[in-house]
Design a protein around this ligand. Structure first.
Ligand code: EPS
Length: 390
């Protein structure tokens, strides 16, 4: 399974084309729209989110609510485009002294793709870089992830992402009764946090950052339950599922780190307190008594919940200026902006959930006979039986 995305932040629309989804799987626009709206929520977003109300159009690959096996094209229009038709227009500009040309960006913002992208592609107007490097693109990554989530859900695999840290405020480890409960509580939290006290402190930290013209980052965690054991592989580096999950998390805008299970904590503990003991019960088959390795051993699923965490750095578009250099004059200047998000960690949690969903669904489609959804479902059930009775 694969997908590409296209679209600029202030262009007419964002597009994704998904290939390899099994045929005969139920899929409707609402499955995708509900995920798009989850990504748009969250305390700390800037004014742009008031302009956009993301809604998908399914323009191919689905008929009468079922996938066809052909490429699925998903389109989300940018409402803001109407204010940018001049600056972002596709046709050549006749008048080189026009407002659109004069508004060229020659001042790279520290922490963004601006300068490196301009050097790489030879753009003297860095709008040509920032329009595509913008995290607006994550809208259609969530759309693709929503289709993957639907596939997983129909196979009995559920995922939830939540926020465990923002701006140094950590959620206390609290046991949740079920994934369903974690979902319900975090969905109602403006910062997507299970711990209400930490959630309140996170919001205060976001307010502080905003007041100081600053931004803050955090840590998100994705938990997936129901994956059968033995998905992924140990036989080749590029078939290891943990490697694919790590790459997926690291590909999200502003993510600088990833952990699976106890992650970096494993460096500080002896082996006896890292590895999970194996047990067996008639009903359940094999399981681990703990899940410190986050559901993955040897690049494959163990059948235990998959636990992946990602670190998002603070958004680099700051009201509080950082020093940079104008690429035309080579003069130093203080980078300042018109609008930004003080914190996008709650939204990034939904993106993380989407990219993890994509990798899990993709690993399943790769490994089992997946041209048809009904045969895929039967193969997954058989895999679960085999793993239990092994
Ligand atoms: C973003 C900058 C802001 C964010 C945007 C990501 O947009 P603008 O430049 O229009 O104010 O709002 O995020 C989204 C539009 C979105 O849908 O998440 C950036 O530079 O990455």
């Amino acid at each position: 399974m694969r997908y590409l995305t296209a679209g600029e932040s202030h262009g007419p629309q964002l597009t994704t084309i998904i290939e390899g989804m099994p045929a005969g799987m139920p899929l409707v626009a609402e499955d995708i729209n509900k995920e798009l709206s989850r990504r748009q929520k969250g305390y700390g977003r800037g004014r742009r989110m008031q302009i956009e109300k993301d809604q998908v159009q399914i323009t191919s690959g689905v008929r009468h609510g079922q996938t066809l096996g052909s490429p699925i094209a998903l389109v989300v229009e940018n409402n803001d485009w109407k204010h940018w038709t001049g600056i972002m227009g596709q046709e050549p500009l006749d008048d080189q002294s026009s407002e659109e040309v004069k508004r060229k960006i020659s001042r790279p913002r520290p922490g963004h793709a601006d300068l490196n992208g301009a050097i790489k592609y030879g753009h003297r107007d860095m709008r040509n870089v920032l329009e595509r490097s913008s995290a607006r693109e994550t809208t259609v990554r969530v759309a693709a992830g929503a289709a993957a989530k639907k596939l997983l859900s129909l196979l009995g695999i559920e995922l939830v992402a939540h926020v465990v840290e923002i701006g140094g405020v950590k959620a206390e480890k609290q046991a949740f009764a079920s994934l369903e409960q974690l979902k319900e509580v975090t969905e109602a939290s403006p910062v997507r946090c299970f711990d209400p006290d930490a959630g309140t402190k996170m919001m205060a930290a976001i307010d502080d950052a905003k007041q100081n013209g600053d931004s803050i980052g955090g840590v998100v965690e994705v938990i997936a339950e129901g994956m059968p054991a033995g998905v992924g592989s140990y036989v080749q580096y590029d078939r290891k599922l943990d490697g694919k999950l790590a790459a997926a998390i690291m590909s999200i805008n502003a993510f600088k780190g990833v952990e699976i299970g106890i992650g970096f904590e494993a460096a500080r503990r002896p082996g006896s307190q890292v590895h999970d003991e194996i047990a067996w019960e008639e009903e359940r088959g094999y399981y681990r008594k703990t899940n410190r390795l986050g559901g993955l051993e040897g690049g494959m699923t163990t059948g235990m919940p998959i636990v992946v965490r990602g670190v998002m750095k603070p958004i680099p578009t700051l009201y509080k200026p950082l020093m940079s250099v104008d690429i035309d004059s080579k003069e130093p200047f203080a980078a300042s902006i018109e609008r930004s998000d003080a914190c996008a960690v709650p939204a990034a949690a939904v993106v993380a959930e989407s990219v993890v969903a994509w990798e899990l669904a993709s690993a399943i489609v790769d490994q089992f006979y997946a041209d048809r959804f009904d045969t895929l479902k039967a193969s997954i059930e058989e895999q679960r039986r085999n793993a239990r009775d092994f």
